[in-house]
Ligand binder design. Sequence first.
Ligand SMILES: *Cc1c(COP(=O)(O)O)cnc(C)c1O
Length: 392
Amino acid sequence: MPRPARRIESVPPYLFAEIDRKRREVAARGVDVISLGIGDPDLPTPDFVVERMAQEIRDPRWHRYPDYEGHPAFRRAVASFYRRRFGVEIDPDREVLALIGSKEGLAHLIWAYVDPGDVVLVPDPAYPVYLTQTRLAGGEPYVMPLRRERGFLPDLGAIPTDVARRAKLLFVNYPNNPTGAVADRAFYEEAVAFCRQHDILLVSDNAYSEMTFDGFVAPSALEVPGARDVTVEFWSLSKPFNMTGWRIAAAVGNADALYRALGIVKTNLDSGQFTAIQMAAAAALESPEAEAFIRRMNAVYARRRDMAVQALRRMGLDVEAPRGTFYLWVPVPAGHTSTSFATLLLEKAGVVVTPGIGYGPGGEGYVRLSLCLPDERLQEALDRMTAQVRIG
Ligand SMILES: *Cc1c(COP(=O)(O)O)cnc(C)c1O
């Protein structure tokens, strides 16, 4: 067997695969392990989407190769969602590209822009894809620390000018995985201005725009006047419609970035998502039931969030209640690292949480809990943690 390319060695094992291995080890000892590890909705895709899929799958037109850029009906549905939801006018023919999930699009956008030695501005902690794909492409990640004192927003003013000058991409992700932090319009204004000044493409990963609580409404980066000159936003059906398994999302924004860069990688690599799935996704976006469904889901997550925050605070953990996402970003007790605390919870309580270090060095000192499990299981996990784990 030949040795894999050197770039493969630049990538640590995918975090969730590693956690899964540890979980199986403990489960093999007969422990009923409860996972608060993975951000993947536990509730099913709504019927109004599943029923539509059942019809679309019978249409022989969809049994052939899909359109590279996505079916026009899907692109139109995304554009009208952006108009309704964000007040942003999008040209469905030039400013929307269908993706096989936004992870695919985020990764390939990096391949479309990054030559060896190019700088990519990556938050820390962050969704691991930005950093690992930058490394695979031979780029130089420049890490922007996200700190609690700044509401987990990057300090763009602290980026040295010579770094900004060499940078091609700036990644932002709000509501944020893993911290649960949110950003307001003013933050995107600052980010757009920064990217204009330094000729950088702003990449807004807006996977959680619909998952917010306590009356907070998440903006789109594209709401900022002139944003589309320098911005691509990734929007996914995965989280709002419980459709992670379907692999359907869209890239929205700058037409050149979509059709002269990302689209070039994609046409030479994949052949698009199954059109039946795109049609079902369009139906999801356009359904009169969509808004109420999302509201119900957010009520479920808000209830779980409150259960968990209350229990964790009683354990002595200084956790904030997030206004977005289904994650809690929990500071570990004194004397622990993120890994030692995660290991303790797994071994003593049979509960899987994600060590913050898995999201970058800036995640040290935290663990991430996700709320993607039934209330009873969550309560059981919290009870076990309360009983088994002595803090302070
Ligand atoms: C879940 C998630 C996504 C969505 O990924 P899909 O590939 O669309 O399922 C994107 N970004 C972040 C930060 C996420 O947590």
